[in-house]
Structures are given as structure tokens and as C-alpha cells.
Design a protein around this ligand. Structure first.
Ligand code: URA
Length: 423
């Protein structure tokens, strides 16, 4: 077998054989297939696609590149959630303890920010003392003791994906549905969760900008999960405007704690509860309504123990950025659009995300919204507050936002996009 013949097969719109897929994924992981050869193959896959049989085999090969975790010794069923990434998407933070409070264990392996989208680990690291890295044994212990754990995936889990994802990131090949689906699902299947709920985002702030592509991605991932014995459900949810009122690490932790305390923005609460219900149903546990667990404080109790188990202090003051700048409404009327992508890029450039892999994020940086689409606004009122430790970034961040906000004349009827688009 050689890399050139595999590349030619896909370049010429052929179907890759199981042997070709097994070989190329394994040889790439071992360094026998070069980065330039794998990037040519990834581009051929992006342009010419893969059929269901190929995607299944590719996913199997990525799973086989590393270890598989096993939660069968736990005393409760497991369910996990994966979001395809968005702006202000802090849902994992309240969701994991909420589902655990309702009797299902949540082994949540999470990632860091990617481009304009925030990362769960970066957000939690805003909490003084909290550590993302856990050994497999420690993860299992927290899961058994607390019921929920959010941590970084170890190097042993789907190493082929780790290498391929970094390559796709710099070769314009992220947006290939077969590669996204196999990347996400290989990690989730190797992680060993019993049930999985996928939050597939659609809109300007998502990787999938249109509904048809998002639907195809959702179907592809659900099929992969079901074919691998994982009870898998997908929700299509709106990402045309930021979720909640904050985008940025410490800002989003604060908002998540508000949700766990029974408050918080309506869209964050609605999506958290909807995903929790799906996870509980998929794990066969429907005795407790998650809305009650938010109200009665039991989800907050799990949150506090979960943060403490990883060295964090749930009572510590969260970091605050050194400087702020306010963006005001240019006219009076009805706010009809706050573009998720622009807010995400702005938060990222203020320091909430990284421009290069090795950069540190600023815990306090980000964007705070003071109004959401549908609100009536008055000229001059604050619409956004930008937070950063490095004020020289304000100019670029405000420039990105210059076309992000639409205010329609007073009296305009506004039809909000529902957060839950389809299941
Ligand atoms: N998230 C992943 O884990 N993989 C992708 O390919 C895209 C988003």
C-alpha cells in the first residue's frame, strides 16, 4: 500500500477500500504518511466526499489508533453531550452537573477554543485552581464520587484525530462533513459513553452556516453513533446570535453559575434543560425533571463538588479584565440582529481566544451583551461592553463589530429565530 495510490483513488472520485482506510490512518498516525500527503487526501475528501461505508471505516480506524475508555464499572448510566461549537456556548458548564443531579453520570471530555468559538476548558480555567488534566483513573473516581467530570481528553484517545485535526486546521480542510463527523464521533465512541446528545449549531457563528449542511452533519453523526452501539440523538440549534449575554471565559462561568442558581438568560436555560432532557431520556432516566434540579439547588451542589474535585474554588472571585469599552446604540428602534460570528471574533481578538496555538487566553476578556434581538433600544444606550487586559485591542474588536448590529425602526415586528430548530 502507498499514500499516492490512496490519494489518487479519492482524487478520481473512487471509493476507498477498508484496507486503504485502515492503512492510511494507521500509517499517518505512525508518521509513515507525510503531512503533505495526508493534507492532499483530506482535500480530496473535502471535494469528493465519502459514502457511509467509508465514513464508518474511517471512524473505526481513528478509534483503533488509540485506547478506549470503559465506564461499565460505574453505578449509573452515562450520557455525554457534544456541541459543534458556537459563540457564548457555555452550556456544558451548567449541563454536566445538572444531568448528574438527575442520576446520570456525565463523562465530558472537552476542548479548547477554536478560532472564534470558545472552549469549555479555557472557560473553566478562569476558576482559580481548576485543573483540566486528569488521569483516566482520576476521571473515573470523580465520575463515581460526584457524577460529573469535565476534563481534557488524554493523549491516548484517538491520536489519529489529534494529528489530523491540527493538519486540517491549517490546510483549509476543516469543513468536510465526513471528516468532522468521524473526528467528533471517534472521540466520543472511544470515550465509552453509553448515550450521546449532539448539539449541532446552525448560523453565522457556527461551522455549518446553513441548515442543509447542518442536517447532513447531524444525520451522519447519529448514524455513526447508532452503528457503534451508542444511543445518539442530535438537536439542530440556532447560532445566528450569541447564546446568552456573554462570550468570554470568566464572563461565561459567571453566567453559568447564574443558571445553576435558578436564574440566567432564558435562551441558555431553555437549551440547557432541553439537552438535559434528551441526555436523561437517552440514558433511560426520566424520574427527575432537570428544571426542578435547577430550582432546588441540587445541580448547584454537584457543580460545587465537581469544581472542587479538580482543585477549583467555587467561591473564589472570578478574574475581571483590566479595561472595558462600551458600544452604544446608533439609533432608537428594535434590535433585530447581533451577529454571532462578529461577536465571537471580537471576543477572540480581545483575548478570550488564541491567534496561535501556544498563546495564553485572558480569563477576563470577552464581550457582554446588554440587549438581545427583539429588545427595544434607545439611541446612545449601551449595547455591548468589551472587556480586555490589552486596550490596544479595542480598535480592531470594535471595527469587527461595526456591521454586526441591526436596529430596525420603532414598531417593526420582529420574529425571533427559535433556539431549538429541529431534532
Ligand atoms: N470538532 C471536532 O472535534 N472535530 C472537527 O472536525 C470539528 C469540530
Amino acid at each position: 500500500m502507498d499514500a499516492i495510490s490512496v490519494i489518487r483513488t479519492k482524487r478520481d472520485r473512487g471509493e476507498l477500500t477498508a484496507a486503504q482506510i485502515d492503512w492510511v490512518v494507521d500509517a499517518y498516525t505512525r508518521g509513515e504518511v507525510a503531512d503533505e500527503q495526508m493534507s492532499a487526501l483530506a482535500m480530496a475528501i473535502l471535494l469528493n466526499g465519502m459514502n457511509a461505508t467509508e465514513i464508518n471505516r474511517w471512524t473505526d480506524a481513528m478509534i483503533a489508533s488509540g485506547e478506549r475508555m470503559d465506564f461499565s464499572t460505574l453505578s449509573r448510566p452515562t450520557a455525554d453531550k457534544h456541541s459543534t461549537g458556537g459563540v457564548g456556548d457555555k452550556i456544558t458548564l451548567p449541563l454536566a452537573p445538572l444531568v448528574a443531579a438527575c442520576g446520570v453520570a456525565v463523562p465530558q471530555l472537552s476542548g479548547r477554543g477554536l478560532g472564534h468559538t470558545g472552549g469549555t476548558l479555557d472557560k473553566l480555567e478562569a476558576i482559580p485552581g481548576w485543573q483540566a488534566a486528569l488521569s483516566n483513573d482520576a476521571m473515573l473516581r470523580v465520575l463515581e464520587d460526584v457524577g460529573a467530570v469535565i476534563c481534557a481528553a488524554g493523549d491516548g484517545l484517538a491520536p489519529a484525530d489529534k494529528k489530523l485535526y491540527a493538519l486540517r486546521d491549517v490546510t483549509g480542510t476543516v469543513e468536510a462533513i465526513p471528516l468532522i463527523a468521524s473526528s467528533i464521533m471517534s472521540k466520543k465512541i472511544a470515550e465509552g459513553t453509553g448515550a450521546l446528545v449532539l448539539d449541532v449549531k446552525v448560523g453565522s457563528g457556527a461551522f455549518m452556516k446553513d441548515l442543509d449542511n447542518a442536517r447532513e452533519l447531524a444525520r451522519t453523526m447519529v448514524r455513526l453513533g447508532v452503528d457503534h452501539g451508542v444511543k445518539t440523538v442530535a438537536l439542530l440549534t440556532d447560532m445566528s446570535t450569541p447564546l446568552g449575554l456573554t462570550a468570554g471565559n470568566a464572563l461565561e462561568v459567571r453566567e453559568s453559575v447564574e443558571v445553576l442558581a435558578g436564574g440566567g438568560p432564558a435562551d441558555v436555560v431553555e437549551l440547557t434543560v432541553a439537552l438535559a432532557r434528551e441526555m436523561l431520556a437517552a440514558a433511560g432516566q426520566t424520574r427527575i425533571d432537570p428544571a426542578d434540579a435547577l430550582r432546588d439547588g441540587s445541580a448547584m451542589d454537584v457543580w460545587r463538588r465537581m469544581i472542587g474535585a479538580q482543585g477549583g474554588d467555587p467561591d473564589a472571585k472570578l478574574p475581571v479584565a483590566r479595561e472595558t469599552q462600551v458600544v452604544t446604540a446608533a439609533s432608537s428602534g428594535v434590535l433585530t440582529r447581533v451577529d454571532a460570528y462578529a461577536v465571537g471574533v471580537s471576543a477572540w481578538r480581545l483575548g478570550a481566544g488564541r491567534a496561535r496555538k501556544e498563546e495564553q487566553v485572558q480569563a477576563g476578556a470577552g464581550v457582554e451583551l446588554h440587549a438581545k434581538p427583539g429588545d427595544t433600544v434607545v439611541a446612545g444606550q449601551p449595547l455591548l461592553t468589551l472587556h480586555t487586559d490589552t486596550p490596544e485591542r479595542f480598535e480592531y474588536a470594535t471595527e469587527i463589530l461595526s456591521d454586526a448590529i441591526t436596529i430596525a425602526p420603532t414598531g417593526t415586528t420582529f420574529e425571533p429565530t427559535p433556539i431549538l430548530i429541529d431534532r
